[in-house]
Design a protein around this ligand. Structure first.
Ligand code: GLP
Length: 256
C-alpha cells in the first residue's frame, strides 16, 4: 500500500483530486468510482474548483456510485444519487446519464445488483475508486462479516453505521434506513486503483486495523491489503494509531 500522511484533510483532498485528474488526462474514456459520506466532500469541492478554472473536464468520463440506501423515497435528499449530484456531479460537465447509481427503490435487488455489475464490466471496469472508511472498518456498505469475494448486493446496515449516519437524518435514528445496496468487496477490488481517504481521530483505529491488522472479514477494509494498487490518504489524526509511520513516510518520499 502507498500510505500518504498529509498535513490536513484539505491536503488529502488535493492529493486525491490529483489522482482523479491524472486518470482523466490519461484515459480516453475514464471510469470513476465515487463514494459518498462526509470524507470525499473536500475532494469533490477541489475537483469542482479545478473544473471551474478550466483545468479539468469530465466530458469523456463515466462514474459508478459505491452504494445507496434502500427504501428511501426516490427524491429523498439523502439518497446517494441525490447527494453525489448536489455535492459534485451536477457542478461539472459529466454528460447526461453517465453517473450510475444503485437503485434501491426496486423490489428485485438481485436483478439490480447483477445489472450494476454488468454495467461496470461494459464500461471497461473502474479506473479509480474513491473510498471512505466506516468507523467499524466498512468500505462501501460492506459491513463486518462481508466476504472478501462479495459482489454487489443487498445488505443489512450495522447499528454503528446507522448511528454514524443519523447526522444526515436530523439525528433521528429511526429514519435511517436499515437496508442498503452496495458494491461488494470483490467488486471494489476489481477497480484498477483504490484511493482510500480517512480523516480525524475517530478513524485512527479502523485505519490501523486496515493497514497493519490481519486480513479479516470483521474489518472489511483489510481486504485492501490484497490489491496491487492502493493509495491511503490520511491526515495526522487518522494516522495516529499506526505503528510504522516513519517507514511509511520514508517509503513515500523514496518512491514518489
Ligand atoms: C458511509 C458510506 C461509506 C463511507 C463511510 C464513512 O456509511 N457508505 O461509503 O465511506 O460510511 O463515512 P464518512 O466519510 O462520513 O465518515
Amino acid at each position: 500500500m502507498e500510505i500518504i500522511i498529509a498535513s490536513s484533510p484539505a491536503e488529502t483532498a488535493t492529493i486525491a483530486a490529483d489522482f482523479v485528474c491524472r486518470v482523466l488526462a490519461r484515459q480516453e474514456r475514464p471510469v470513476l468510482g465515487l463514494a459518498t459520506g462526509g470524507t470525499p466532500f473536500l475532494t469533490y469541492r477541489e475537483l469542482i474548483s479545478r473544473y471551474e478554472r478550466g483545468e479539468v473536464s469530465f466530458h469523456t468520463a463515466r462514474a459508478f456510485l459505491l452504494d445507496d440506501y434502500v427504501d428511501l423515497d426516490t427524491d429523498h435528499p439523502e439518497r446517494f444519487r441525490e447527494v453525489i449530484s448536489r455535492d459534485f456531479t451536477s457542478h461539472v460537465d459529466f454528460p447526461e446519464g453517465v453517473v450510475y447509481s444503485l437503485d434501491g427503490s426496486r423490489s428485485r435487488p438481485e436483478e439490480v445488483a447483477a445489472a450494476y455489475e454488468e454495467a461496470i464490466v461494459a464500461a471497461g471496469g473502474i479506473d479509480l475508486q474513491l473510498l471512505g472508511l466506516g468507523r467499524n472498518g466498512h468500505i462501501g456498505f460492506n459491513e463486518p462479516s462481508s466476504s472478501f469475494a462479495s459482489r454487489t448486493r443487498l445488505i443489512l446496515l450495522a447499528e454503528t453505521t446507522r448511528r454514524d449516519n443519523a447526522r444526515f437524518f436530523d439525528y433521528d435514528l429511526e429514519s435511517v434506513p436499515r437496508l442498503a445496496m452496495t458494491q461488494g468487496i470483490g467488486t471494489i477490488l476489481d477497480a484498477r486503483h483504490l484511493v482510500l481517504i480517512a480523516n480525524g481521530r475517530a478513524k485512527a483505529a479502523p485505519v490501523a486495523a486496515t493497514i497493519e491488522g490481519p486480513l479479516t472479514a470483521m474489518v472489511p477494509a483489510s481486504a485492501l491489503q490484497l490489491h496491487p494498487r492502493v493509495t491511503v490518504l490520511l491526515d495526522k489524526a487518522a494516522a495516529s494509531g499506526l505503528q510504522h509511520t516513519d517507514y511509511y513516510q520514508q517509503a513515500h518520499a523514496a518512491t514518489a
